[in-house]
Design a protein around this ligand. Structure first.
Ligand SMILES: [Cu+2]
Length: 412
């Protein structure tokens, strides 16, 4: 099924699932955004060997934090995720929120994806590792779906207040979303609660999530829908909200904040460990040279090895960590994107705060596990390295990841 079945547990509970690999190629499962124990992170080949065809792997871990997360293949992800190996992982809070004063009465998980389909609506098969798209904005597709359907109708009672758990499982497309006429209020980003704030648009990079409360009007002036800007400023419908059933008395109260986590350490910025992440490469800018597998190569040689991107001068640097942090130390990471394309940078095993001097695509103070960085932007983040192990750090535009935007850091 597309998306994969929703896994739902309560914060602090264990997730236990056996991966049975019936694919003709190796695979592994990553539990995106979960501050997980390293051995269960599914980040092949760093935290486990990829599971071969016919093999199995038992995942067993605690999900410490409530919120909207997802799971997906983390081996050959540019193909496997694009073929649909992804699903929602919802961690409920121990404290009740639904049904409380000012909260929603119901919630909907909306998994947004982008598919490259041919005229027969079959997946285009032959462009998985196309270097041209990897050097641009990734494997951009042509069909946006919500929970696996093109333009579904979602039934809402007039006056109803509903929590939407929006997630972007696309491998390349940044989704600019809007919910006009539904007074959307943002309440969480990447699982982490934010003080409720009214929003006109919601920008979701690949792998990012946003929880949004909407109020279905009693009588709408216009059809209500989830809108998407495909990149040309012309908003199109991707799902319809259809008024059905008895009207409810509209909720007049301000949107109730989600309960705070209380489980995430605050960064200590008085004397952090300072690290930098320089992103280079891609079409129109390129890079003169980078190290790949221990060898310095020029642009042509890199491209002949499928590499068109580098982090700190290293393409797909799996041999050594980008940095090491002592357990409990605050890391201040300054990221600079010296390319003409945006990226969606994901840190495994940690959530980080977006600091004040940041690019246009983020709000300072937000806590995330995946952050967008625009062309020629510099972004500063900070996090407490409180989860021991070897953690991947990569672009979640998965053809960028494959073509060099991959590294890791160690916490010990
Ligand atoms: Cu990227």
């Amino acid at each position: 099924m597309i998306p994969g079945p929703e896994i739902r547990i309560t914060a602090g509970e264990r997730v236990r699932h056996r991966l049975v690999n019936d694919l003709p190629q190796p695979t592994a499962v990553h539990w995106h955004g979960i501050r997980i124990e390293n051995a269960m992170d599914g980040a092949a080949p760093l935290t486990q060997a990829a599971v071969p065809p016919g093999g199995t792997f038992d995942y067993d871990f605690v999900a410490p934090d409530p919120g909207t997360y997802w799971y997906h293949s983390h081996d050959r992800g540019f193909e496997q995720v694009a073929r649909g190996l992804a699903g929602p992982l919802i961690v409920d809070d121990r404290a009740p929120w639904l049904g409380e004063q000012g909260a929603a009465t119901r919630e909907l998980t909306l998994v947004l994806d982008d598919w490259l389909l041919d005229a027969d609506a079959a997946i285009v098969e032959d462009r998985w590792d196309d270097l041209h798209s990897a050097a641009h904005d990734g494997r951009m597709c042509n069909t946006v779906t919500v929970n696996g359907s093109a333009y579904p109708e979602l039934h809402m009672q007039p006056g109803e207040r509903v929590r939407l758990r929006l997630m972007n499982t696309a491998t390349a497309r940044i989704l600019a979303l809007a919910l006009p006429g539904l007074s959307p209020h943002l309440i969480a980003l990447d699982g982490h609660p934010v003080p409720p704030r009214a929003v006109e648009t919601i920008l979701l990079g690949p792998a990012q999530r946003a929880d949004v409360v909407i109020d279905m009007p009693l009588a709408a002036d216009a059809p209500t829908a989830l809108l998407l800007d495909p990149g040309n400023g012309e908003w199109v419908d991707v799902a319809a909200f259809v008024a059905t059933g008895e009207p409810l008395a509209p909720v007049e109260d301000d949107v109730r904040p989600l309960p705070g986590w209380g489980t995430l350490s605050a960064p200590n910025l008085s004397d952090p460990q300072r690290e930098v992440l320089l992103m280079e490469g891609g079409a129109m800018r390129g890079m003169s040279e980078a190290v790949y597998r221990g060898e310095t190569m020029d642009f042509r040689e890199l491209a002949s090895n499928g590499m068109v991107w580098a982090f700190n001068g290293v393409a797909h640097g799996m041999d050594a960590p980008m940095f090491r942090a002592a357990l409990g130390r605050t890391v201040h990471l300054e990221m600079t994107n010296r390319s003409v394309f945006p990226h969606a940078i994901h840190l495994h095993g940690h959530h980080f705060e977006v600091l004040a001097r940041s690019g246009a695509l983020n709000t300072p103070g937000d806590v995330r596990d995946t952050v967008l960085i625009g062309a020629d932007e510099t972004l500063e983040i900070a996090f407490v390295a409180d989860n021991p192990g070897q953690w991947m750090l990569h672009c979640h535009m998965l053809s960028h990841q494959k073509a060099g935007m991959m590294g890791w850091f160690e916490v010990a």
